[in-house]
Design a protein. Structure first.
Length: 366
């Protein structure tokens, strides 16, 4: 349970930071397209304040929900949630929706959200949340590095940090728990699947996600290793920043150059979709027993349907539903306990177009 002393400490630190620092602000709010859109998201920081006040008639149920969340007097648990842009991909849209469904007033929380694909903007948002005196800082970092200073500030202020979705390069003493995917394993599963296809030759277009992110590092690293070990040719290796339109442009440029290729290794589904759009416009066949092997990640339902229809060959799962695990960690900490595991790894798998079923699409598609 949160201690009164923590409140005093957080107030003192927040006041000191407010006096000693120049103003740390968030960007203007923006709207974005749905998960399937190819529109490039604006990467300015978006800070969305979510404050829900129950009506008098709901007070009793609200107090019960707050008690369930670990409070003793109906006081809301303040959480600051820093995430990547929800329009980045279908995965991110599902991840953001899952968090917003969990961290509500009805569940005993007062939640504020900040979004950016840029590490420095996320760090600014974290500093703002520390000044605001949140109880918990939930973080999906845009980049793995650069977080030590602000996490130490959070720790000094008595604020618990919980990582979700992505790991960071920082001492685990700076956060209470980490609920993440094993990005290295995701990459290894996909790259090993590609090796097992025993293609007569490997000429690969590698479409990378946002450089420096845990997802990009894990999915790129495994392919780089096997390509070097097996003499595969990487025709081009460029970041499309998770974006379908940028991926389409990259693949189109390779097609226009006349360079030979037979594999698209895209680090998320949206980039795979953009790549396929370029193939279709050039009348190049793709999928099972076709000219080009298409690989994606995230398991959007529409992407798994592409596998089911044998238009794509492989899709690697990345589980976006982490909110219930975070809630359980918070409840444990609020009761004075320690999470049983410092790092909770989401269970994930890869899907092959030759074996995927409609049941898989229904159960695992996001």
């Amino acid at each position: 349970m949160r201690k009164f002393g923590k409140r005093i400490l957080a107030t003192v630190v927040a006041t000191t930071m407010a006096v000693g620092l120049t103003a740390c602000g968030g960007g203007a709010a923006k709207t974005g397209s749905d998960s399937g859109a190819a529109e490039t998201p604006d990467t300015d920081t978006v800070v969305e304040e979510v404050e829900e006040v129950a009506e008098t008639a709901d007070t009793a149920s609200e107090d019960t929900a707050a008690a369930d969340a670990g409070t003793s007097s109906g006081e809301k648990i303040k959480v600051g949630i820093i995430n990547n842009d929800p329009n980045e991909s279908g995965y991110r849209t599902a991840n953001d929706k899952d968090l917003k469904a969990m961290f509500t007033a009805e569940n005993g929380y007062e939640a504020s959200f900040a979004y950016s694909l840029k590490n420095d903007e996320q760090i600014t948002a974290a500093e703002k949340f520390i000044q605001d005196g949140v109880d918990y800082l939930l973080l999906s970092a845009a980049d793995t590095s650069g977080w030590d200073g602000v996490l130490k500030d959070a720790q000094d202020a008595g604020i618990q940090v919980i990582l979700f979705d992505r790991t960071i390069d920082a001492s685990d003493s700076l956060y209470a728990a980490s609920i993440v995917s094993d990005m290295n394993k995701e990459g290894e599963t996909a790259a090993n699947w590609l090796k097992d296809q025993n293609l007569s030759e490997y000429n690969i277009i590698h479409l990378q996600g946002v450089m420096g992110s845990a997802a990009q590092q894990g999915r790129s690293g495994a392919l780089d290793t096997l390509a070097q070990e097996n003499g595969w040719k990487i025709v081009t290796q460029q970041t499309a920043e998770w974006n379908a339109e940028k991926a389409e442009q990259i693949v189109k440029s390779v097609i226009d150059s006349g360079e030979k290729f037979n594999v698209i290794y895209a680090e998320n589904d949206d980039m795979a979709k953009g790549a396929v759009a370029a193939l279709d416009k050039a009348n190049i066949s793709h999928g099972v027993d076709k000219d080009v092997v298409v690989m994606g990640f995230d398991c959007n339902k529409w992407a798994l349907e592409e596998l089911l229809n044998k238009n794509w060959n492989y899709d690697g799962q990345c589980n976006p539903f982490q909110a219930k695990y975070i809630d359980e960690v918070i409840k444990t900490l609020e009761s004075g306990g320690t999470p049983a595991e410092k790092t909770i790894i989401m269970e994930e798998k890869g899907f092959d177009a030759s074996t995927i079923t409609q049941e898989d699409v229904d159960n695992y598609g996001i």
